[in-house]
Design a protein around this ligand. Structure first.
Ligand SMILES: [Zn+2]
Length: 450
């Protein structure tokens, strides 16, 4: 029995049997041996981060934070000061070069180190800035050129090379990231990392199971789920379930590769479609036949149109990851088709200046959140860690405040209430019959219910 928990201003007792809520009663003030005393803390459903690149995040927690840097010199300054062991590459994350007045030069990063690889990932990991040593080591000297900037597939390739550390070390980092997440009230994540199911088999065997995981696969490895007959939601063992088929359909705004109906402001480019329409449809159809739900990355307005068309054509519901710029009529179609918008509120706040510059007036329908709810679209929230921190309270704050730097809220009409943001960050509710995935929030911080 949980005693003295605060729920919407009312003190309640919650009876839990075998991990399920079996009764909710007005608090009696009584207490028996074996009871948990919530001491008046607010009880909330445990939080989910619905979009996590868990390996990248686990590694990133030790990398230099480049978010505060708004020019080349500032990046160099942060990387120079970042404590490292003197042997390993110097790695930063959170690079934002889209708005720099002078373009990145490889020589600037060579000044950080002429003997060790220096690698600076953009927030969205769709681009990376490398020094000459790193360019040689990754065999991309020609592509890196004078700028040292690599985008899209070349950036992903470097990310996966950098992630290629010893398996046990990586698992330890994942376990640490799980512990940190749990301490913040996270009970589960949807992992959209480029991994194999065998990575999760191994972690399950090691008992790395502090939180629930929905393990997703990319097209190259989706056959693993098909071969095992795993449908979305089926257990892999431990606390890990089969997640989704993740397909990247377009790029990102910061690299001007998000796929748009009309060109970027002052440019001819409309971005890129990474997966052909026919291939996208084939993938979604095949996943559907095997009971696997698709989670399709779409950022630009045309990418979202393409993805919605695909779900409509196949006749199945699924998730759109990011859904950053969605035509108002497409928001309505998403509701009609029962699609889920998997949104990262921190992106709206982090991208506001870039979005205004590159999308102009079109930002009036960019980064919708409230519009999704109003239309009846299923809304779920996440961080896209490592793009934003795996911290649901940061996610909730960005969803409600839509500002992070003291400026007025950006398009406050799209802000959520705290209650809406929490609901979109949870898979359970505080009701009889629901799993007791509960957390307590009080003056001492967040305490997960065990
Ligand atoms: Zn992502």
């Amino acid at each position: 029995m949980i005693r003295n928990a605060l729920d919407h201003g009312v003190m309640i007792d919650i009876e839990v049997t075998s991990g399920i809520i079996t009764a909710i009663l007005p608090a009696t003030g009584g207490f028996h041996a074996g009871d948990v005393d919530a001491e008046g803390d607010e009880v909330l459903p445990g939080l989910w981060d619905e979009h996590v690149h868990i390996r990248s995040w686990a590694q990133m927690r030790s990398r230099a934070n480049l978010l505060p840097a708004d020019d080349s010199d500032a990046v160099v300054e942060i990387l120079r000061k970042h404590p490292t062991d003197g042997v390993e590459p110097i790695v930063g994350h959170g690079l934002r070069w889209a708005l720099w007045t002078s373009p990145p030069r490889i020589s600037a990063l060579d000044a950080v180190s002429a003997t060790r690889p220096v690698v600076a990932f953009s927030m969205d990991v769709h681009s990376v800035w490398v020094n000459s040593v790193a360019a040689r080591e990754f065999d991309v000297v020609d592509i890196a050129g004078d700028s040292g900037i690599l985008v899209e597939h070349d950036a992903f390739r470097i990310l996966s090379r950098m992630s290629d550390i010893d398996t046990d070390t990586m698992d330890d980092l994942v376990a640490e990231a799980f512990a940190a997440a749990k301490a913040q009230g996270v009970v589960g994540i949807t992992s959209l990392e480029m991994e194999s199911l065998t990575d999760w088999d191994r972690r399950i065997a090691k008992g790395i199971d502090l939180i629930q995981v929905r393990a997703s696969l990319y097209p190259e490895r989706i056959h693993e789920a098909f071969e095992r007959g795993l449908r979305t939601g089926d257990s892999l063992g431990g606390r890990v379930e089969m997640g989704f088929l993740k397909v990247i359909t377009d790029g990102s705004i910061n690299t001007r590769t998000a796929y748009m109906h009309a060109p970027y402001e002052g440019e001819n480019s409309t971005g890129v479609l990474n997966t052909e329409v026919t291939e996208l449809e084939r993938l979604v159809r095949e996943a559907t036949d095997h009971g696997v739900t698709a989670a399709l990355h779409a950022i630009g307005d045309k990418a979202n149109t393409v993805v919605i068309d695909t779900f409509e054509k196949v006749g199945v519901a699924g998730r759109i990851e990011h859904a950053q710029m969605v035509l108002p009529e497409d928001v309505q179609r998403m509701a009609r088709l029962g699609l889920t918008a998997s949104i990262q509120p921190a992106h709206a706040v982090d991208d506001r200046d870039v979005a205004e510059q590159l999308w102009g007036d079109r930002v009036s329908y960019a980064y919708p959140m409230k519009s999704f709810l109003d239309a009846g679209v299923n809304l779920i929230l996440g961080s896209d860690a490592p793009v934003a921190p795996l911290d649901p309270w940061h996610t909730i704050e960005m969803a409600t405040a839509r500002t992070a730097d003291g400026r007025p809220a950006w398009h406050p009409e799209e802000a959520l209430t705290r209650g809406q943001a929490i609901k979109a960050s949870a898979r359970t509710t505080i009701d009889v019959g629901q799993p007791a995935d509960l957390i307590f929030v009080g003056p001492d911080g967040v305490i997960p219910f065990e």
